[in-house]
Structures are given as structure tokens and as C-alpha cells.
Write a protein that binds this ligand. Structure first.
Ligand code: AKG
Ligand code: FE2
Length: 279
């Protein structure tokens, strides 16, 4: 059976709140594939920020083929990733502090998309308090991260979860059973008029599913089980929130221009007053 009724909430905050009294709870129950907000950030402001990153040497200029030879990384992070840096807690929080410093001036004279994302999440969270994740002693996590993905980059089917995937139990965010992602598309990688887009499968992670992820047979499994999916066609400036316990992927990127996103992770519990945001 197809589940074509599995569609995102959107296309703007008013519409989401009119159609759903508790959108983050719906996300936690995977009732919808995503909350998809169109034109959340002006595309011209996205361009201005990407140019700022190039000017400040934070990402390589896609027009500079020499730079690509010297620096062949397919993904560049501007910010702090708990997933990549969380093994060493001290250096993770030191890196996070540097990111707070960087972000203090990074948007000078431009609009701040991190604030936009937090404000949107606050509207969706209603009476809960949205804040950057912190430890009981006050140490803060990175508030958000810009990820720059160049041609060839692929996110294979996966989940993101501090406990279920990363098996980290020693962080304040480990207490959240529900983890979401917030992603703002700052720039698409376009090739011959087409761009790779993220796909969220209507399939919550279980240890059994993990075997298919590990063996790289999830697509076959999804086909056999007739698992439906939702493909978020993101234009520059669109933003979506989704439950990262749903199996999701971004197929291989093509073209010269990198896919640039602003991303956060979000810890949510229906009965907790605070929503934690980190990257
Ligand atoms: O870039 C995206 O749209 C999603 C990337 C991803 O897998 C994630 O943020 O968890
Ligand atoms: Fe992910």
C-alpha cells in the first residue's frame, strides 16, 4: 500500500499552526515526513552569505579549480559537529566556544539565518523554550553548522541520533529520545537543471533496519516492503525540519556549485519544557 497521504506540514508557519496544534509532537511521532517552510530566508541573502564564506576563506571558491586540487574535501563544515568531534568532550566544547566567537561576527551587516531558524523553531515549539544545548555546568554546544558539500558527496540512507547511532551517553543531549534536524537550503548543487534532493523514508530506525543500513541493502528492503518516501524539493531559501530517526539520504551531488545548508539538530520531548538545539 502506498502512503501518499504522508506529506509535510507547510508551506509557512501560519499554515502549519492552523492545520496542526502541536507540530513538533507530530514530527516526533513521524505522522508527517517534515515541516517544510518555503522561502524562509531570502535567496539573495543566501547568496550574500555564501559570498561572505568565500571572502573569509571559510569555503573554497567553486570557480577556483586550483583550490579544489589543493583541498579535495567533499564536505566542509563551518561550525562544530558533535557527531564528528564529540569523542573528546573537552575539545568538543572548546571548538563549540570558537564557533560562538566566529558566529558573533560572521553575519555582520547581513541577516542572521541561525536566528531565523531558532525563531521559526520557537514558533513551532509554542510554550516550550528553544535554546542552544548546554551542559548543567553551562558549557554550550555549537549553535548550528553550515555544511558545504561538493560534487560527488552522498549521504547514504542513515539516521542521526546521539544515543541510537553515535552511542554517546555522556552528554546532556543524550537524554532526548526524539531528535530532529533543521536544514535551510542556502544553495543547491545544480547539474543540467536537476539537483539532488533529500529523501525521507517512512521508516523509523530499529536494530533490524540497522542491518540493512550496514549492509547497504536499505533500498532493496524499502522496495520489498513497499516503504514510501518523501522527497523534499528544496529551493534556495527553503527550510525543513524532520525526525532524524526516520531513514533519510541525499543522493550524490553533481555539478560545480556546492550544496550549502545551514543545519541544526534538535532534542525534543513532549513532556519537557525545553527544546535543545545543537549541531
Ligand atoms: O542536507 C540535508 O538535507 C540533510 C542532511 C542530513 O542527513 C542531516 O542533516 O541529518
Ligand atoms: Fe542525516
Amino acid at each position: 500500500m502506498r502512503h501518499d497521504d504522508w506529506v509535510p506540514l507547510g508551506p509557512d508557519l501560519d499554515a502549519v499552526l492552523t492545520s496542526n496544534s502541536d507540530p513538533l509532537k507530530s514530527l516526533s511521532e513521524a505522522e508527517v515526513p517534515a515541516i517544510l517552510l518555503r522561502s524562509a530566508f531570502d535567496p539573495r541573502k543566501c547568496d550574500a552569505l555564501v559570498q561572505r564564506f568565500i571572502d573569509r576563506g571559510l569555503m573554497r571558491d567553486p570557480g577556483d579549480s586550483e583550490a579544489a586540487k589543493e583541498d579535495p574535501r567533499m564536505r566542509i563544515d563551518i561550525g562544530t559537529s558533535l557527531g564528528n568531534k564529540g569523542r573528546d568532550q573537552e575539545s568538543f566544547f572548546a571548538h563549540s566556544a570558537e564557533t560562538h566567537g566566529l558566529f558573533n561576527t560572521l553575519f555582520d551587516g547581513l541577516d542572521n539565518p541561525v536566528k531565523m531558524m531558532y525563531d521559526a523553531l520557537q514558533t513551532l515549539a509554542k510554550d516550550k523554550i528553544v535554546k542552544t544545548a548546554e551542559e548543567p555546568d553551562g558549557r554550550q554546544y555549537g549553535p548550528a553548522i553550515f555544511r558545504v558539500h561538493y560534487g560527488g558527496h552522498t549521504y547514504k540512507p542513515h539516521i542521526d541520533h546521539v544515543v541510537l547511532r553515535e552511542k554517546r551517553f555522556n552528554y546532556a543531549v543524550s537524554r532526548f529520545s526524539n531528535q530532529f534536524a533543521g536544514v535551510l537550503c542556502m544553495q543547491n548543487a545544480v547539474h543540467e537543471g536537476r539537483s539532488s534532493q533529500s529523501i525521507v523514508h517512512r521508516c523509523l530506525w530499529t536494530p533490524e533496519i540497522q542491518e540493512h543500513i550496514a549492509a547497504d541493502t536499505f533500498h532493496e528492503y524499502a522496495r520489498n516492503e513497499d516503504i514510501s518516501h518523501y522527497r523534499s524539493e528544496l529551493e534556495q531559501g527553503d527550510m525543513y525540519f524532520f525526525n532524524t530517526r526516520l531513514i533519510h539520504e541525499v543522493p550524490a551531488l553533481q555539478g560545480n556549485d556546492p550544496r550549502v545548508v545551514l543545519a541544526t539538530f534538535i532534542g525534543y520531548e513532549p513532556d519537557e519544557p525545553e527544546v535543545f538545539v545543537w549541531s
